[in-house]
Ligand binder design. Structure first.
Ligand code: PAF
Length: 283
């Protein structure tokens, strides 16, 4: 049976709601989202529910992480369906501020993340992205004061950046990564998959296949260069325009000379028509 979560849209209502949830020292998990919820988000919520007494989900399409040329205006917004999904998962609270509540007039402070945020992956193609993410996530953490926060591994560089952010700023939040949820054919769940045409949707799982092929070659002792060349060939011949396909250190995201040099992660970003997809897999 679904139970309506409490929906709050301003800070004073949020504080009152959190005081109510926190009685008897209940632990709180936060799942930050931009809405357009899919099964991947549902799996984050389920993990949060296993790890904490109460679960809050934020839904805020954060303008500061989009470049002017990107899809902020057309980003899918599915409020009613999102609330129904969260009610079915028995989420306790939905934090749904508008842009004015998050960035009031005169807002003038931004966080500038370094480390993994400058790894030369997403940051090369979306230079504004991690500053916007770090700023909004720091605000979400200080507003909601959760004990843990759950982020998807699908946005792997983001996961590394927010983990570092929580640690560096002593925010008292433990960041937990949750495994990527995939369609049966391997395509990672993403709110942006709705942009794909039927033909593009058929080609899209190639990204996952290519990463698995790269992983197989690395496990067999092949060089990173040769493995990436094989993966690149697969991806480009499926019609993608490749931004990057790289093998990096799984924690620092530093480049690796050899797969033996550390736990590795394969990360990819590529465009299919107008849709840009990102994905990654581990060792
Ligand atoms: O991954 C997302 O949905 C967003 O980048 C996040 C973490 C909610 C910040 O706006």
């Amino acid at each position: 049976m679904s139970r309506s979560p409490l929906i709050v849209r301003n800070l004073s209502a949020l504080r009152r709601a959190l005081d109510g949830l926190r009685v008897r020292k209940a632990s709180l998990a936060l799942v930050p989202t931009m809405g357009a919820l899919h099964d991947g988000h549902v799996s984050l919520v389920r993990l949060a529910k296993r790890r904490a007494d109460k679960v809050a989900v934020s839904i805020f399409v954060n303008p500061t992480q989009f470049a002017p040329t990107e899809d902020f205006g057309s980003y899918p917004r599915t409020w009613k369906e999102d609330v129904a999904k969260l009610a079915a998962e028995k989420v306790d609270l939905i934090w749904h501020p508008d842009a004015k509540a998050m960035y009031p007039d005169g807002f003038a402070t931004r966080i500038v993340p370094e480390g993994a945020a400058l790894a030369g992956l997403e940051d090369r193609y979306r230079p504004q992205f991690f500053g916007g993410v770090a700023t909004v996530v720091a605000k979400l953490f200080t507003q909601c004061r959760p004990d843990i926060a759950v982020f998807g591994e699908k946005d792997y560089q983001q996961l590394r950046v927010v983990t570092q952010l929580a640690r560096d700023l002593d925010l008292g939040v433990r960041v937990i990564g949750s495994r990527t949820v995939r369609k049966r054919d391997g395509l990672a769940m993403s709110s942006r998959n709705v942009y794909l045409s039927a033909e593009e949707r058929r080609a899209a799982p190639t990204l996952y296949k290519a990463m698995k092929e790269v992983a197989g070659r690395l496990r067999a002792g092949g060089s990173i260069e040769a493995a990436v060349a094989g993966g690149t060939e697969l991806i480009t011949s499926a019609g993608f325009v490749l931004d990057y396909l790289e093998v990096r250190h799984a924690e620092t995201l530093a480049p690796l000379a050899s797969a033996k040099d550390g736990p590795w992660r394969i990360l990819v970003a590529a465009k299919l028509g107008k849709t840009r997809l990102i994905d990654n897999i581990g060792a």
